[in-house]
Write a protein that binds this ligand. Structure first.
Ligand code: FMN
Length: 425
């Protein structure tokens, strides 16, 4: 997931996706045909290595049980695995939500990157995970199977040739793996956190991940993410804003960024989602447009807009970000989160957070195209935002993203060891 743009800065290497605290709590595996044999590889994107884990009948049997298949055209099945501990050791329980959001960004971005290279993929979330987890040795290593993306064969260029493959099928020769008791304890505490998945299905359809109406705004052909051939560039140059100057930004630019949320992605999730998006437009160069917009209906909601002080409080005292010109909130009625007494359209945390993370990635790329600053924020105060944006009292906010005029002079506090985003002192 390292971006190809040269945005290295000190020890920090620019990535194609944002991540809470820059910890990237996930990794990937690839299932593909190798010399005509179905084979599973563990992928280390930083070291650019692929370790062969299993091949042959075991892999075929796992694919059958999981109702998954390697595409017949020479493509691959890319599996995202989360490692919640990496985020939870910094952020505590809330790190589990961040893990799911981060994985949503990563999986959503993989789909966009593949589509940008002419090989649009299909994401699967609703499949039985046990057998694949065993094959990839996930559970025993405190990893969860997040999703699988069926990617058709595409064209390669020379930047992807510096990879090496080695054999790791013999567990005896791998050497000891370091594992902390803290991670095992954390892992044991997670049983059932994502809740039940929807019924397994291999039916998929392309659809936007949330219903978003931006139709009333005149975007003059600049809406969405534009031609997919430009997406690699947008991915390679996106960045999170470190601070906002507080200057107003053009409302049209914010609407252009937000219109990217309507980009359809092919998944096995139902078309209709309980997830809603609300846009708080608070400081634009067209003040008559400043208002709260319920994007599900397109309705403009009357009422006062949050002050800079209120934004700081609602973002857990992240003062550097309080000059944001706009805030996007992604929220669901509490009863839409799968569990006892939930509604018929309920989805589990993994599914809802996937929608949020992938929508977040679309917003990052839309903002990049519209040249507006953007940052995700995990540190937010739900009851306060609920009041400030006039959301229904039973709605749970899963994700918030800020847009504005960026001030990139300083450092990104969220990358430091201390959990500044949660007001840790
Ligand atoms: C789920 C999530 C939560 C985040 N929360 C915050 C936050 O509360 N405050 C903040 O300044 N940045 C936040 N970020 C942005 C990260 O700090 C940023 O992605 C990371 O430092 C890497 O920088 P980059 O996105 O510019 O590559 C968040 C990112 C994600 C994906």
């Amino acid at each position: 997931m390292t971006s190809r743009a040269n945005r290295s800065c000190g020890s920090y290497v620019a990535r194609a996706v944002p991540s809470a605290g820059a910890v990237y709590p996930y990794e990937f595996a690839v299932l593909a045909m190798e010399n005509g044999v179905p084979t599973a590889f563990r992928v280390d994107a930083d070291r650019r290595t692929c370790a062969r884990l299993a091949a042959g009948a075991r892999v075929s049997a796992t694919l059958d049980t999981s109702v998954l298949a390697i595409p017949e055209d020479g493509g691959a099945l890319v599996v995202t695995l989360t490692r919640p501990w990496l985020s939870m050791r910094k952020y505590g329980d809330r790190g589990y939500l961040y893990t799911q959001l981060d994985a949503g960004h990563a999986a959503g971005n993989l789909m966009l990157a593949a589509a940008g290279r002419g090989a649009a993929g299909v994401l699967r979330l609703r499949f039985p995970r046990e057998s694949l987890s065993e094959l990839l040795e996930a559970g025993e290593n405190c990893r969860e199977i997040h999703s699988a993306i069926v990617v058709p064969a595409g064209t390669a260029d020379e930047s992807w040739t510096r990879w090496t493959v080695h054999d790791d099928t013999d567990r005896e020769t791998r050497g000891p793996v370091w594992r902390s008791w803290l991670e095992s304890t954390c892992w044991d505490s997670l049983t059932g956190w994502t809740g039940h998945s929807g019924s397994p299905t291999d039916e998929t359809a392309p659809a936007p991940l949330a219903r978003v109406r931006t139709g009333g705004q005149a975007l003059g052909g600049r809406s969405g993410l534009g031609d997919p051939s430009g997406w690699s560039e947008l991915i390679g140059t996106r960045v999170s804003s470190k601070a906002f100057t507080g200057e107003p930004v053009s409302a049209a630019a914010v609407w252009q960024a937000v219109s990217a949320l309507s980009t359809p992605l092919e998944t096995d999730l139902p078309d209709a989602s309980p997830l809603s998006a609300t846009l708080v437009l608070r400081s634009t160069t067209e003040p008559e447009q400043d208002a709260v917009y319920r994007l599900r209906t397109g309705e403009r909601q009357p009422g006062p807009l949050p002050t800079t002080d209120e934004v700081a409080r609602a973002c857990m005292q992240q003062r550097a970000l309080a000059g944001a010109a706009a805030v996007l909130l992604l929220h669901v009625p509490r009863a839409s989160l799968a569990g006892p007494g939930s509604t018929a359209d309920a989805e589990n945390l993994r599914e809802l957070a996937f929608r949020c993370g992938a929508l977040g990635q679309l917003l990052y790329l839309g903002a990049n195209r519209a040249t507006v600053g953007v940052t995700a924020i995990g540190g937010f105060d739900t009851p306060l935002w609920r009041t400030l944006a006039g959301l229904p009292k039973d709605d749970e906010i899963l994700y918030a993203l800020l847009l504005g005029c960026p001030d990139d002079a300083g450092i990104k506090l969220d990358r430091l060891a201390m959990a500044h985003a949660q007001n840790e002192r």
